[in-house]
Design a protein around this ligand. Structure first.
Ligand SMILES: NC(=O)c1ccc[n+]([C@@H]2O[C@H](COP(=O)([O-])OP(=O)(O)OC[C@H]3O[C@@H](n4cnc5c(N)ncnc54)[C@H](OP(=O)(O)O)[C@@H]3O)[C@@H](O)[C@H]2O)c1
Length: 261
């Protein structure tokens, strides 16, 4: 098997950084993408030295119209093929809809929907049919549950769920495997960690560290799993979501929102 090359979006922080460490540890070469001045070059040199791999960095705003093309033009110029695409970069929030301006939603939709769709299209245009290739789309359990204050974010993750399911059917019989990662909470940004620390019971059991999620996700991706849900508590929530009537789920959500105004 040739040494695989993986593109990871949003690789400077959180889950994206954990994917970079996980894949470098498995001997993959990396193309790390994130916003400028986010410590990407330090991460790349650490990974190159530690794991004896090649790690390139592309400091781009993925919401800029031409950034997906720039990534593949960079590889094509070096006559390189990407074998793995991790659509990780995403923008979350927890706000009443009218508390954010239109510019925020525009950026959220561009980063969470437009960018992964365009990257997937460009990736599929360059795959080497002789080598198994992988696409891992980072969704969220938020794409399955209807949660106020996550209206556009949750809808963007629902989009990724639908897109992945359709593409999995379209890719049947090809040498490309596409997986959807549907995590619950992940301890990434400080504000998320603070919120997660207040959780109790099953809610607490749905939270994972980024390195654990990355390990489970990459295992699942290489096995060609269609959907990867880390942890028994998250799997249980998905099961309950499938059997509970809508009015019961709405009552639970409304109860949770009380006191979080
Ligand atoms: N954390 C959770 O609880 C959770 C749960 C379920 C799903 N997820 C999903 O997991 C993925 C990663 O989440 P995370 O919590 O690790 O996020 P994060 O810590 O906020 O990291 C996001 C990454 O994306 C980069 N990024 C943001 N905007 C960008 C842009 N316009 N262009 C290029 N790069 C950009 C960030 O760079 P900067 O460092 O410059 O901001 C950072 O590297 C997302 O898709 C998220 O929806 C997260």
């Amino acid at each position: 098997m040739p040494q695989l090359t993986a593109i990871i979006t949003g690789a400077s922080e959180g889950l994206g950084k954990a994917f970079a460490v996980e894949l470098a540890g498995r001997g993959c070469n990396l193309v790390l993408v994130a916003l400028p001045n986010t410590g990407l070059t330090n991460l790349a040199s650490y990974l190159q030295k530690t794991f004896d791999i090649k790690a390139d960095t592309l400091e781009l705003d993925l919401t800029a119209a031409d950034s997906p093309e720039q990534i593949f033009a960079y590889l094509s110029k070096q006559k390189r093929t990407a074998h793995i695409l991790i659509n990780n970069a995403g923008l979350g929030n927890w706000d009443w809809f009218t508390d954010k301006e239109t510019a925020f939603y525009k950026k959220q939709i561009e980063l969470n929907i437009t960018t992964p769709v365009l990257l997937t299209r460009l990736f599929l245009g360059q795959v080497d049919a002789a080598v198994t290739s992988y696409i891992l789309n980072v969704g969220s359990l938020g794409g399955l549950f209807v949660v106020p204050k996550k209206q556009v974010y949750g809808a963007s993750k629902s989009f990724m769920r639908y897109f992945t399911r359709c593409m999995q059917l379209e890719l049947t019989g090809t040498n490309v495997k596409m997986s959807l990662l549907s995590p619950g909470g992940i301890n990434t940004r400080p504000e998320i960690i603070l919120m997660n620390q207040k959780l109790k019971g099953i809610a607490k059991a749905t939270i994972f560290e980024a390195d654990e999620v990355a390990r489970i996700a990459i295992d699942g991706m290489f096995k060609g799993k269609k959907e990867i849900i880390p942890g028994a508590a998250n799997k249980l929530l998905v099961f309950l979501n499938g059997i509970l009537p809508g009015f019961v789920k709405d009552a639970i959500i409304k109860g949770k929102l009380k006191g979080h105004g």
